[in-house]
Design a protein around this ligand. Structure first.
Ligand SMILES: Nc1ncnc2c1ncn2[C@@H]1O[C@H](COP(=O)(O)OP(=O)(O)O)[C@@H](O)[C@H]1O
Ligand SMILES: [Mg+2]
Length: 308
């Protein structure tokens, strides 16, 4: 449904997008994940034909966005950067005005307005002037306007960025809901947790380059280094830290507190028992031994660090 083929975009000496190739299958929700400046917005702008690529192609439903933008974007709804609405208009008036611009019939506009306001949980505010809205409400309306013409593909650039925690939760709920309605969703985010929570797959980029692209579940398993917390029944001596560091596949040992150490371990999950035995053999009376943090978090940090 979405296809990027060896996409490149330079701004003078800056390579914002670097040989990016990516395919998004119908009905999947893909998180386009990367730190600030990674090239997410630039890619999405190329994909929605707001800017041109230096080289390469972007296709929507197998149609090149530059060769036939109208056809390519016909079944696409996008929210790129928080759109500004006229503050003196209400959501109903705004959707009606946008529908007319998009050539929809008055009947269509009226039907879709009701559906869309329901989808983004804004029925209650349908006749309130937008000037009174919070940023989160404006963002929900922005998603609503993107859905007005019944697109199959939804492209969202950092949909929760700049929202307060409650606004974030509400927008994520809407996305999760849309996901169940079988839209194909491509959303960028710099928040790993958000992508893990909302998406089926993650495409991780940094410096415009695609680092990995896989199912969220598979990505967690790619992690090389796992953090394991070891808690002893009493204070653990400094000398023990050195001895644990020397055990197989141990990368680093850090002290969290008197009784607790955090071991960075790059062995397999199956060999974790050997680590535990090793620690016990050193003389620590282990009362707790457990992984800390999300596996994907370690992968994200590793990959982003490596690409810098
Ligand atoms: N119009 C522009 N002119 C010059 N540099 C730009 C422009 N737009 C983006 N960049 C640069 O391209 C890189 C990628 O930016 P962007 O796509 O906005 O990243 P992201 O959305 O992942 O934060 C950054 O280094 C940014 O400074
Ligand atoms: Mg951006």
């Amino acid at each position: 449904m979405i296809e990027l083929q060896q996409l490149n975009k330079s701004f003078g000496p800056i390579k914002a997008v670097d040989d990016l190739t990516l395919k998004v299958e119908k009905g999947t929700t893909v998180g386009f994940l990367g730190p600030n400046g990674a090239g997410k917005t630039t890619t999405i702008k190329i994909l929605t034909n707001l800017i041109g690529a230096t080289s390469g192609r972007a296709l929507l439903n197998e149609v090149d966005v530059v060769q036939d933008p109208k056809m390519a974007l016909a079944h696409v709804g996008a929210v790129v950067e928080t759109p500004e609405f006229y503050p003196f208009l209400t959501p109903v008036e705004t959707l009606s005005y946008l529908g007319r611009i998009r050539g929809m019939s008055p009947q269509d506009i009226s039907n879709r307005t009701n559906e869309v306001l329901q989808q983004v949980k804004m029925e209650q505010w349908r006749s309130t002037r937008i000037g009174k809205f919070s940023k989160g409400m404006k963002q929900r309306l922005a998603i609503g306007q993107a859905l007005l013409h019944e697109p199959e593909i939804l492209i969202l650039d950092e949909p929760t960025s700049g929202l307060d925690p409650r606004g974030m939760v509400e927008v994520r709920e809407i996305i999760n809901h849309l996901k169940k309605e079988h839209y194909t969703i491509f959303m960028s985010s710099h928040l790993l947790g958000e992508v893990e929570e909302t998406c089926d797959k993650a495409a991780l980029i940094d410096h415009g380059k695609l680092l990995v692209y896989d199912d969220i579940d598979s990505l967690g398993k790619l992690t090389k280094v796992m953090k394991l917390e070891v808690v002893g029944s009493s204070a653990i001596a400094d000398s023990v830290i050195g001895r644990i560091s020397a055990l197989p596949s141990v990368v680093r040992v850090a002290r969290a507190n008197q009784q607790t150490l955090v071991v960075d371990y790059e062995g397999s999950v199956e060999s974790r028992g050997d680590l535990l035995k090793g620690v016990q053999a050193i003389g620590v009376n282990v009362v707790s031994f457990s992984p800390v943090g999300l596996p994907l978090e370690a992968l994200y940090m590793d990959l982003v660090k490596e690409s810098r």
